[in-house]
Write a protein that binds this ligand. Structure first.
Ligand SMILES: [Zn+2]
Length: 568
């Protein structure tokens, strides 16, 4: 006996076996059970969603003598007579090949005669949108007022091509694409029945390849049956589908994310050398990027994609190289060239330029590229450790400033409270400063003014505490500019900062070259001389051990703001 394709062998014979069209099945069975059967139906939907199968079941069900829950029993005389392919009571017509007005006229003439063995004569017209306008017109009258014993079921994948006059005369049912999960279960069921061993990932890959169509899914499943004798694996399915090797796709994408243009082009070249067509490669690449996006953004990605563990791990590590904006941008670029490819005679150029564009967001001025770069920066900032900032010091500073502001305004009674907050402070010195505070008229306006005065009076330390390192350093750099032979030093110093701690001016360097430049010739001496106009400073290089910088800054800042209290 000739081999019967799986999708024909496992075609549903009653409503219970139909998958994915629950609403339609329910409506139709209800009509049968309540005997409210219409005379014209329109089944719309993508190929392989069960339109013809349901039409055949419905044709049997309306005629069945003892329907079970609306489904044909399959045993009664009517069912048996309709099981015979040569019966003339259920007429199937393919409008794609019988689209002329004569074909419809034939129907019109025959429909007058009642059915021979059953109650209803059912006409199933497939691909009805292929009828010519004349044929549609010829059908109109019959469709509107058919004889009582006639039922028309029109099936089409493109309902928008039907004239409104036809649409308005039919009861319309829109068939949905079947969920991958349901297709997966169907394939499992069929493989179990025919005794084919399989892995779950393999069946999921088959179900996905079907893209919502039972017929397409079962066609792939059919091809996979004959692959090897053993257990059907994920890779077997990929080879049947002719899908691009995922490792090679991953190579392209990884290099794309690294910005390694050479790597991208080499990996692409390897794939094309295997005879892969550019169109298929673009489709596979877009699919892969889409999956990466799922891996990157969904917690349940593993279940959604249903991939073997090792493959999932590979994808996860690739997805973690970049942020989701970057992946999305790459996906948009790759899937965006599908149209261009169709009209191009230089397909390879189109593909390669798109891949380069996706690899180098930094060369791209459009919003998506910029967003991708901003997101990368944001992520970097987020990942910086808190130690990279001197934030805590700043907090201390503001609080100290507050205290300083409070101090001048308050009276003697409140003053001791300020003292208590300061460690190691002795009562007497602060009491001494208070009269001074009172004496100064501008006390309430600015704490800094207050600071200067006690400093001068007590003379414990020179001007140092009130000296702002930025101001000192800024002046030094400005002066360097006018000095002959110090242009390079001036340029370098513009990029540097300085801090003051005690009597020492620290120049903060971040690299060896800056340090070497400062140590060269008399550079440090020159700077020391320039600094001397602010006081007697020792000039040292702070060569970038972070702790030291932070410590110095802390010293500087606390000195600068809290000296009112420090001064004895
Ligand atoms: Zn029956």
């Amino acid at each position: 006996m000739a081999y019967l394709a799986l999708y024909r062998r496992f075609r549903p014979t009653n409503f219970d076996k139909v998958i994915g069209q629950d609403v339609i099945v329910k409506t139709l069975t209800n009509q049968i059970m309540t005997d409210k059967i219409g005379h014209a139906y329109l089944f719309c939907g993508a190929r392989g969603t069960g339109k013809t199968s349901l039409a055949k079941i419905f044709a049997k069900a309306v005629n069945c003598l003892q329907p079970i829950n609306g489904s044909p029993c399959g045993k009664c005389l009517a069912c048996q007579s309709l099981n015979d392919p040569s019966n003339i009571d259920v007429i199937e017509m393919d409008a794609a090949s019988n689209n002329k007005v004569e074909h419809v006229r034939e129907i019109r003439e025959n429909v007058q005669y009642p059915p021979i063995n059953v109650k209803y004569k059912v006409y199933i017209i497939d691909e009805v949108h292929m009828l010519t306008p004349e044929a549609f017109n010829a059908l109109l009258k019959t469709l509107e007022e058919p004889p009582k014993h006639a039922i028309f079921i029109l099936a089409t994948t493109e309902p928008q091509k039907l004239p409104a006059t036809i649409l308005s005369r039919c009861m319309r049912f829109d068939f949905r694409l079947i969920e991958t999960k349901k297709l997966h279960d169907l394939v499992c069921e069929i493989y179990d029945e025919i005794g084919k061993e399989y892995t779950d990932e393999a069946v999921t890959a088959i179900a996905k390849a079907g893209e919502g169509s039972v017929r397409d899914t079962l066609s792939v499943a059919d091809l996979c049956v004959s692959i090897g004798d053993g257990k059907l694996s994920y890779n077997d399915v990929l080879s049947v589908l002719g899908a691009t090797d995922l490792n090679k796709l991953n190579d392209i994408v990884k290099n794309m994310f690294l910005g390694n243009i050479g790597g991208v082009l080499t990996a692409t070249d390897e794939l094309l050398a295997l005879g892969k067509s550019i169109g298929v490669l673009v489709k596979d690449l877009a699919g892969y990027l889409r999956d990466l996006l799922v891996v990157k953004t969904c917690k349940t990605a593993k279940e959604i994609l249903s991939l073997p563990d090792d493959r999932f791990e590979t994808m996860l590590s690739t997805a973690n190289m970049v942020n989701e904006v970057r992946i999305l941008r790459s996906l948009e670029i790759v899937s965006g060239i599908e149209n261009a490819l169709r009209f191009s005679t230089q397909q390879r150029n189109v593909l390669e330029s798109a891949l380069l564009k996706a690899s180098t967001p930094e060369n791209d001025g459009n919003i998506d590229a910029l967003l991708s770069r901003i997101k990368t920066l944001e992520d970097k900032i987020k990942n910086l450790s808190s130690e990279d900032f001197i934030k805590p010091t700043k907090v201390e500073v503001t609080s100290t400033v507050n205290k300083v502001e409070v101090a001048p305004v308050v009276t003697k009674e409140q003053a001791p409270i300020v003292k208590e907050e300061k460690p190691k402070e002795q009562l007497p010195p602060i009491i001494e400063t208070k009269p001074i505070i009172k004496e100064t008229p501008k006390v309430e306006e600015k704490p800094i003014i207050v600071e200067e005065k006690p400093a001068q009076i007590t003379n414990v330390e020179p001007i140092k505490p009130s000296v702002d390192a930025r101001r000192v350093w800024g002046t030094i750099v400005r002066k360097l500019r006018t000095m002959p032979g110090k242009t390079i030093l001036w340029v370098a110093c513009q990029e540097l900062s300085a801090t003051i701690s005690g009597n020492t001016l620290y120049i903060n360097v971040t690299g060896e070259s800056e340090k070497n430049l400062l140590l060269k010739d008399d550079n440090l001496l020159v700077i020391k001389e320039l600094a001397s106009s602010f006081g007697d400073f020792d000039v040292k290089i702070n060569d970038g051990s972070e702790g030291e910088v932070v410590q110095n800054q802390k010293d500087r800042v606390s000195e600068f703001f809290s000296d009112t209290v420090e001064i004895k």
